[in-house]
Write a protein that binds this ligand. Structure first.
Ligand SMILES: Nc1ncnc2c1ncn2[C@@H]1O[C@H](COP(=O)(O)OP(=O)(O)OP(=O)(O)O)[C@@H](O)[C@H]1O
Length: 338
């Protein structure tokens, strides 16, 4: 007798595998598996041989500066654009062959506002509920995102933050297995950003995998189990938040205000022992930002020897934001992956 497995069977099989995996028999299933992914837009190489996995049940932070390739990756996961080469699986399914099933089990908060001015918040949710064949209550969803008072108001009059909350409520419809949030804190005030993080935690506690893109380290470090740092289409670091923290060690960030600095000076500072990265911030006067694990006087001495006038300097313990900067700025840290 032959059995033909449909997407639902694959889903339950993977859930069972995952449960067994948690008991220590098989490793957990990947919610996202990206293998050798390349995407070119004409001459521009947006993604270059990108490979990474996000495990089921993880909150994964996908970090990178503007233009690093985050939205391109997300659009490929959802089959809105096609890769040049490489293979992508989402929820155990091929992203191109099973995009409908994947989208029906995924909640997406896209980058930028995508609401309809003439529809009310309730109508937006009714539309999302119907398209997903779900049975959610629009009011309950709007209460979760703090927008219940605007349930019968048209989205055309919403602030950016309100639109972002509405789109988040739409992403939550149908208890998705995977939530893909592209720059979710855009337009939110600090309270809104905190509420967003609470929802991410609640969704994860319910069992959802969360893939969370941002260009701000601070926003992902509070909720993410692991973080991948993307730079110019390549993953330059992937680790737990604590692993990344360890990679800074008891390092210090040294900020030095100088009269001038050029590429040769930067290179000379980078080649000093104990210096893991050195970048410059343009300004009048310019500032040198150096990650250093040992003596700061060696850095100041080197500058003096090169005839550079040190006008001021300050030190502070390196933060995760500094780690992010050092991985993403030119001349920053070398690849670090676990
Ligand atoms: N449709 C397109 N045609 C041509 N180039 C594109 C297209 N979409 C993106 N790019 C380019 O590909 C690169 C990656 O862009 P992408 O939007 O994926 O980055 P991102 O990390 O999401 O950036 P941001 O944080 O600014 O949204 C950029 O150089 C961008 O200009």
């Amino acid at each position: 007798m032959a059995f033909i497995l449909g997407p639902t069977d694959v889903y339950y099989a993977s859930r069972v595998t995952n449960l067994i995996g948690n008991a220590g028999v098989t490793p957990p299933m990947s919610a996202i598996r990206v293998d050798g992914l390349t995407k070119s837009y004409g001459q521009l190489l947006a993604l270059s041989d990108l490979s990474f996995e996000v495990e089921e049940g993880e909150v994964f932070g996908f970090l990178g500066p503007n233009g690093a390739g985050k939205s391109t990756t997300i659009n490929i996961l959802l089959d809105f654009i096609r890769p040049t080469t490489g293979r992508v699986e989402v929820l155990g399914l091929d992203a191109q062959a099973h995009s409908r099933t994947i989208r029906s089990r995924t909640g997406v908060l896209p980058e930028g506002v995508e609401t309809y001015d003439r529809l009310t918040a309730r109508q937006h949710l009714e539309f999302a509920i119907e398209s997903k064949g779900a049975a959610d209550d629009p009011l309950a969803l709007l209460e979760r995102v703090g927008l219940e008072d605007a349930i019968d108001k048209k989205a055309g009059g919403f602030s950016k933050g309100m639109s972002q909350r509405l789109m988040l409520a739409m992403a939550l419809v149908g208890e998705p297995d995977l939530l893909i949030l592209d720059e979710p804190s855009t337009g939110l005030d600090p309270n809104g950003a905190r509420e967003m993080r609470d929802i991410v935690r609640e969704e994860n506690a319910r069992g959802a995998t969360v893939f969370f893109s941002s260009h701000i380290m601070e926003q992902v470090e509070a909720v993410c189990d692991r973080v991948g740092i993307l730079r110019e289409g390549e993953m330059v670091a992937i680790d737990t938040v604590s692993g990344l923290r360890e990679s800074v060690g008891d390092g210090t960030t040294l900020r030095v205000t100088v009269d001038r600095v050029d590429d040769d000076d930067l290179q000379a500072v980078r080649s000093l022992p104990d210096v893991s990265s050195a970048t410059s911030e343009d300004g009048q006067p310019p500032t040198l930002v150096v990650q250093v694990d040992g003596s700061k006087t060696a850095v100041l001495g080197e500058l003096e020897e090169r005839g550079i006038d040190v006008q001021d300097f300050s030190t502070r313990e390196a933060s995760l934001e500094d780690v992010f900067q050092s991985y993403t700025a030119d001349g920053g840290t070398e690849v670090h992956a676990r």
